[in-house]
Design a protein. Structure first.
Length: 753
């Protein structure tokens, strides 16, 4: 009996109400308990990526999240243009409620802290003024903490908010007891501010400065964290906003009408004037121009395009008038695919972060137990209720695992966003871990190290023959042929001499070349055998040039007219100008470059010598289907292999490699198989991509180290009575801001190219 596998679907949910990494861990745990559901919840992006079978519905997923105490909805797509009916509307300020609570807390908490810390400010009834000022801070400003703690308690859970709410409430309630039932309310009462815990009976001690100060510090940390998270994700929004808003569409009769870009359909022809953005991916059908693609690829040099050339949406027409036929629209465009890759990468988790999430999930109950243990230890040690209570509150406040939850997502958001701005697309956090390990990089030759198209490289002329004449006559004849080598000669000749003459009596000689009449001369262009059929031999110097060209793996073409051999042309797939520099940079990163090609060994070794790859690291004459076996063999030798390719025949090898880098100028199959996509066809971007990925991974690891080190170092100090609760709150808030600030340093990453 055949077993049917249920269809799976994927949805991304926007999650509301999360306040720390343990919240994300709880939601993730609840979703993953559902049959057929695999979920990843990201605290920094506030999104859940959920894969589910056909037996589960999206409303059921949302209901599960809501039953856990949070909100969920399917997010609206980020728009490059305003949604209908919202033109001119002010954007919602998501940070406003948090900012209002923060301002309230700071304004009221500062005098409370000042009076507690400076005995000179403790006038006769200062403690009652402190209570008046602290009450709104602990109730109104800290309300989100209390609300979240109660919600979590109803669901049998404890989070960071539980620690903050219990800690600040305990400090405030203790102070109320001391003021109304102890001796702290006595007129003229004073007590000095201490960094560590003092032993006393507690009846004369108030902790209003701890309750108000902790609330203010943590709200400040939350606010700057939220601002930084928005800043970290801004690269994705900026990427989507690159696109053109409107487009001028041409009708069959040549009429023009302006429509929103979103209404374009495949096959529509649209006009792009100088200085305008190209509305969508397409093919030029009329005109020629220079196109500035720097906003997508990071490449500053404009690219010349003409009829038949492909252009990418969101690039800038820097020259003449173009008419473009749309080939991709909406989500299929390169810009939209880039944005999707970036967003998917930001929603993932590195292995280190998954460990941190598991720790955060059990951390809060452990901390509450530790706080109770500290309370019991100090009481049992005879230190008095005040010291015991203060130590317990300090433990609760210092231990918030906020920094652990932010360590990876913020670095990943900034790193992938910066990569997108430089034309480097990182598919996911696991890719970052791969870049650290790779020690060998396999480079496909054609289209990666070379341009992937035949180019006229050299002209050798016989004595007394003018090079311009050779190019004009040979180019005119080759222009009439459709052969790739002929087109390379024609293009090179036109570039160097201008407009080519029109040949007469053109004839193609199969397998040998072409012949015809140009400007009254009987011209032959092709293999040496074509000249031999007309009883012509190459002079010694031209024969030597032909032999040297073929030894270097280039194609040698003979040119003759009026019964005499005149020149030899060298044609080959030209090496990109930047390839040698790029391979030098890859070697500087500790990688061994290997050149892989299906061409013959002579061609491969000539290219390798030009770009600086050692002869023993050249693998030539490899069939397309065997490329994956080459990668496997290198892996079997113990190497960690990166692969750079651009063709359909590279897709399997890219997928097999430990790290696949696809050239964005290549085929969709290669791009889909790669882990990193290099939008511009410059091999130097591969070195930049590996540097950026390693730097992002390094930032994640340093974030996690400091977050772990902070908690490991601070908890014993708090339990030992060496931290006042207010100082503990400030330190906890600083740890989160430090992690986010450290991640934002990635925005300054610069491509070496």
């Amino acid at each position: 009996m055949a077993t049917t596998v249920p269809d799976t679907a994927e949805v991304e949910l926007a999650i509301g109400g999360m306040t720390c990494a343990s919240c994300a861990a709880r939601i993730e745990k609840k979703l993953n308990r559902m049959d057929g559901v695999t979920a990843t919840v990201n605290y920094a992006t506030e999104k859940a990526k959920v894969n589910y079978t056909g037996d589960v519905s999206v409303p059921e997923l949302i209901a599960t999240v809501e039953a856990t105490g949070y909100t969920a909805r399917e997010p609206e797509p980020v728009r490059a243009e305003p949604a209908p009916g919202t033109e001119g509307a002010e954007p919602a300020d998501e940070l406003r409620p948090l900012r209002e609570r923060l301002v309230t807390a700071v304004v009221l908490a500062v005098p409370v802290i000042a009076m507690a810390m400076v005995p000179a400010l403790q006038f006769e009834y200062w403690q009652w003024l402190s209570l008046t000022l602290a009450a709104p801070v602990v109730t109104y400003a800290a309300w989100p903490f209390h609300k979240a703690a109660v919600t979590n308690a109803r669901h049998g859970a404890a989070t960071m908010d539980t620690l903050i709410s219990v800690g600040t409430s305990a400090a405030f309630l203790w102070s109320l007891w001391a003021l109304f039932f102890g001796t702290a309310g006595t007129p003229g009462m004073t007590h000095p501010f201490e960094l560590t815990i003092a032993r006393s009976d507690g009846a004369g001690n108030i902790y209003l400065e701890a309750a108000a100060g902790v609330t203010a510090f943590i709200l400040a940390g939350r606010y700057f964290e939220a601002r930084s998270k928005r800043k970290a994700g801004a690269a994705l929004k900026a990427l989507l906003e690159l696109g053109a808003k409107d487009v001028t569409v041409l009708g069959p009769d040549g009429s023009e009408r302006t429509i929103p870009t979103g209404e374009l359909a495949v096959g529509d022809r649209f006009l792009v004037r100088p200085g305008e953005k190209i509305a969508t991916d397409g093919t030029v059908v009329e005109g020629s121009s220079a196109v500035d693609a720097s906003m997508l690829t990071g490449e500053s040099v404009p690219v010349e395009v003409g009829v038949g050339d492909g252009v990418t949406g969101a690039t800038l027409n820097a020259g003449g008038r173009l008419v473009v036929e749309a080939t991709r629209v909406g989500a299929d465009t390169q810009l939209a695919r880039m944005a999707k890759l970036v967003e998917d990468a930001q929603n993932g988790k590195a292995a280190a972060q998954r460990l941190a999430d598991r720790i955060s999930g059990v951390f809060v109950p452990v901390v509450i137990a530790l706080a109770l243990a500290s309370l019991g230890f100090w009481l049992g040690n005879g230190s008095g209720l005040t010291a015991a209570f203060t130590a317990a509150v300090a433990v609760l406040i210092i231990a918030c695992p906020c920094a652990l939850g932010l360590a990876t997502p913020t670095a990943l958001m900034v790193g992938t966003g910066r990569g997108a701005q430089l034309g480097i697309l990182i598919k996911g956090p696991e890719v970052l871990e791969s870049t650290r390990k790779v020690d060998t990089i396999v480079l496909d030759k054609t289209g990666t190290v070379t341009t992937g198209r035949m180019t006229l490289l050299a002209v050798h002329t016989a004595d007394g023959t003018d090079e311009t004449d050779v190019l004009r006559l040979a180019g005119a004849l080759e222009h009439a042929s459709e052969h790739p080598i002929a087109q390379a000669v024609a293009a090179g000749a036109a570039d160097r001499t201008g407009t080519l003459p029109v040949p007469e009596d053109f004839a193609n000689v199969p397998g040998l070349g072409v012949q015809g009449i140009v400007e009254g001369h009987a011209v032959l262009v092709g293999r040496e055998k074509l000249l031999a059929e007309w009883a012509m031999d190459l002079p010694v110097d031209l024969a030597r040039a032909k032999a040297e060209a073929e030894a270097a793996g280039r194609t040698a073409i003979a040119v003759a007219w009026d019964g005499e051999a005149r020149a030899v042309l060298e044609v080959a797939d030209a090496v990109k100008e930047t390839s040698a520099e790029a391979i030098g940079r890859l070697r500087a990163l500790g990688l061994t470059p290997i050149l892989l090609t299906g061409d013959n060994r002579a061609v491969a070794e000539a290219v390798a010598a030009e770009v600086g790859v050692a002869p023993e690291h050249v693998i030539a004459e490899v069939m397309p289907e065997d490329k994956v076996d080459v990668v496997k063999r290198l892996q079997d030798e113990g190497r960690s292999v990166a692969m750079v390719g651009d063709g359909v025949n590279d897709a399997a090898a890219l997928a097999q490699a430990d790290l696949g880098l696809a050239m964005g100028t290549g085929t969709d199959a290669a791009i889909e198989a790669g882990d990193l996509t290099l939008v511009r066809g410059d091999l130097r971007a591969a070195a930049d991509a590996i540097r950026l990925a390693r730097k992002t991974l390094g930032t994640i690891k340093s974030n996690l180290f400091w977050a772990f080190a902070y908690n490991i170092a601070a908890l014993p100090l708090a339990a030992a009575g060496l931290l006042n609760p207010m100082i503990a709150g400030a330190a906890m808030a600083f740890s989160s801001v430090f992690v986010v600030g450290n991640s934002l340093r990635l925005r300054g990453f610069k491509a070496a190219s």
